[in-house]
Design a protein around this ligand. Sequence first.
Ligand SMILES: C[S@@+](CC[C@H](N)C(=O)[O-])C[C@H]1O[C@@H](n2cnc3c(N)ncnc32)[C@H](O)[C@@H]1O
Length: 424
Amino acid sequence: MLRALENYSPETSCWNGWFEATRFCPVRGITLETARVARCETVPPNAYTVAVDEVAHRVWDLTNPQHRLRPTMTLDEERLNQHVQTALNDVGATAHAPLVVIGDRLGLYETLADAGPLTSTGLAEETDTAERYVREWLRSQAAGGYVSYDPETDRYSLTPEQTAVLVDENSPAFMAGNFQVALSAAKIEPQLAEAFRTGEGVGWHEHDVDLFDATERSWRPQYAANLADNWIPALDGVDSTLRAGGRVADVGCGHGASTILLAEAYPESTVVGVDYHEASIEAARERATNAGVSDRVRFEVATAKSYDGARYDFVTTFDAFHDMGDPVGAAAHIRDTLTDDGTWMLVEFAASDAVEDNLNPMGRAAYSISTLACTPCALDQEGERVLGAQAGEAAIREVVTDGGFTRFRRAAETPLNHVFEAKP
Ligand SMILES: C[S@@+](CC[C@H](N)C(=O)[O-])C[C@H]1O[C@@H](n2cnc3c(N)ncnc32)[C@H](O)[C@@H]1O
């Protein structure tokens, strides 16, 4: 950074005089040097050669806004160090994310959990992979705390907790699917950057196909752990209605994870899964057949505002309402398709109403996924009242009641989800 010690001259558009150079090294620790003084020499119009001792010899073209000298900033060394550490941590996390997905895809974590402790050679042999890649991968995993390393034996292993987070797809702590979500959603980045300029949306259907599987994998463990045991029992009268045999619509069902879990938990009920994305509905149909619930589950390609208007006892939206482009219109249609004493259960990301209360790791992940996938999805549709994944209870209540519901409450919650009950 360069700082002019004498004033900019508007008459000559010229920086004259001495400059003070500030230098710092963000990687090796921060060294701030402000004592380097150099002479600014004029060269043809609007260009100046600034010779700075030990820093650089640069040509500054003052007609180019990118070359303009920034006003002097006073840097707090400790805070700067913290920001550098945060960024370094995040660069590590970003580079680490595809390696988690590779470890998940190739069964490296699973094999470590089942057959560990293993050396890199042992893991490569067990998984039919190349040892040199596996060795580097293991070291990156150990550096991030994802894998445990014993230097005495040069072997790697997973603790039960690491296994729950990285291997056990039925654990509510399972996170490998979330890496797949983040990585597959990020593939839209060039199109999204353009959408930032134009304000256009990017449809759910435009994403890499991996996102649809990843979404299913990341949310299913939460639904499996909570749906029948906690969430539905927390609703007024729904459990008994479904036990007796109710009519259910699961709107924005994606690959149908929640639809199938509902059918399994309540075999007397019939469940219709609805999603506008045809490829997701095809996958959902296949999964329902494999799960043996096709006799009481069917799927419909339709939007939340257009699905078949039969009278349902229970409508659900799992991590889908905030993706809809006209949430008030969707709420109104859901209201129309419910019986008078029916219930709509909204499963949403856990969030507070005030932005400042969401500025934490959960909020960061959710706002980021929301920027990559949820918000562009809603903007690709009607784009009215775009909620985003961290809308918070007050905003959701407002939209739901604007859609015609008179009763709304938070019925249950987990660290990741808020579950709302809406009644006509
Ligand atoms: C984040 S995914 C969640 C999928 C599924 N509920 C789950 O939890 O695994 C959101 C889903 O909402 C669907 N969706 C978005 N807008 C919709 C709309 N207006 N009508 C119906 N489905 C919609 C998308 O196609 C996508 O499958």
